[in-house]
Design a protein around this ligand. Structure first.
Ligand code: DP6
Length: 351
């Protein structure tokens, strides 16, 4: 990928997809950095994509970050520069970079673009700098920017363990694939309940929960138990059990957050939860998961898609329903000149 080094330019482009956690990561170890205090298990989503190009260029005097065609705000740029600095340190690279990133899903869709964004950036930046890091190392790099991004490096169902107490951010700490995308037939319906951005970011929300919530200890004790059972149910391809446990994980996470005054829900969130209970009472298995926002992500079986979709569309306050399926992990986009290798080579070392 760095065949252009002689000309002062090294470039690579990568794609990655958002993921939705079935068992939630909420809370960090206290040693600093982004080491989760609880294990999580997510599904990577097909059909929604971030595409990021990184170009190290000797003629640049500072890093640039262009997001969806516009110069990004200083905060977003600072997080990108932080990742680029880690790559430069690893590669002995001194050049500044231009990063161009596009999401084909709207920021207010209820799907965090940070997971797919940092996964695509980590892969593109390492390759543009000529680093041949394997998938766990790239996942670890993404994790240091946003822990949920570590999972988007891989496709299908992906786990991020909890760090040991005292674990340090500098140690390698990566996500790992648990099952392929076709392991469990599943459709994910994102029920959008607001066009606005969330008031409290997830880093801040989880920190406040652990610091203030009277139920923080209960969450930290219960999350690993839910996670272990959900993992077993997934491996047994038991959709009903996976769905029940995913909803239980989200409700426990939000209960602990709400008790700390960290409230992400709106009225439509509750209406949507009610609609799912009604569907289940009528014999249709469909379950909710909710992240650091008011949107409800519904897990359903593909055969029930039409019924569940129409039920969710008619929920008061649900503005739009997006549909996603389990999908693949981050990948390099072949450049015209070099026919870039896919991450599959690196992924082979963990699969
Ligand atoms: C509710 O990965 O965004 O989506 O590591 O602080 O960047 P940082 O947090 P982030 O948190 C995601 C929280 C969640 C649950 C999950 O994805 O597991």
């Amino acid at each position: 990928m760095t065949d252009a080094t002689a000309t002062g330019i090294g470039t690579a482009t990568a794609t990655a997809h958002p993921n939705v956690a079935l068992s939630k990561y909420w809370g960090k170890r206290s040693g600093g950095g982004k080491i989760p205090a609880v294990p999580s298990l997510s599904v990577t989503l097909a059909g929604l994509e971030t595409r990021t190009q990184v170009t190290f260029d000797a003629s640049l005097v500072e890093d640039r970050f262009v997001l969806d065609g516009r110069e990004a705000d200083p905060l977003a740029r600072a997080r990108v520069v932080e990742l680029l600095d880690r790559v430069r340190a690893g590669a002995g690279e001194e050049r500044r970079a231009e990063v161009r990133s596009e999401n084909d899903f709207p920021t207010a869709s209820g799907l965090a673009s940070s997971a797919s964004g940092f996964a695509a950036l980590a892969l593109a930046a390492t390759r543009a700098a000529g680093l041949d890091w394997d998938a766990p190392r790239v996942s670890d790099l993404a994790r240091r920017s946003s822990a949920s991004a570590a999972r988007s490096l891989f496709g299908g169902f992906v786990e991020l363990a909890a760090g040991e107490p005292g674990a340090r951010d500098e140690e390698l700490f990566a996500a790992r694939p648990v099952a392929a995308a076709d392991h469990l037939p599943l459709v994910i319906l994102v029920c959008v309940t607001t066009e606005g951005r969330k008031a409290v970011g997830s880093s801040e929300g989880m920190a406040r929960t652990l610091a203030v919530s009277p139920y923080a200890r209960a969450w930290l004790d219960e999350a690993p138990r839910i996670h272990a059972r959900l993992r077993d149910a997934l491996l047994a391809r038991d959709f009903g059990e996976v769905g029940e446990l995913a909803e239980a994980s989200a409700l426990a996470m939000h209960a602990s957050a709400i008790a700390a005054g960290v409230m992400y829900w709106n009225g439509a969130t509750l209406e949507a939860l009610g609609a799912l209970r009604a569907l289940r009472a009528g014999g249709t298995l469909a379950f909710a998961t909710i992240d650091a926002g008011p949107h409800v992500k519904v897990l359903a079986r593909p055969g029930d898609l039409a019924r569940v979709r129409s039920a969710m569309k008619s929920v008061p306050g649900v503005l739009r329903v997006l549909e996603a399926r389990p999908g693949e992990g981050a990948a390099l986009v072949a450049s015209r000149a070099s026919g870039a290798p896919s991450l599959a080579a690196a992924r082979g070392s963990v699969a």
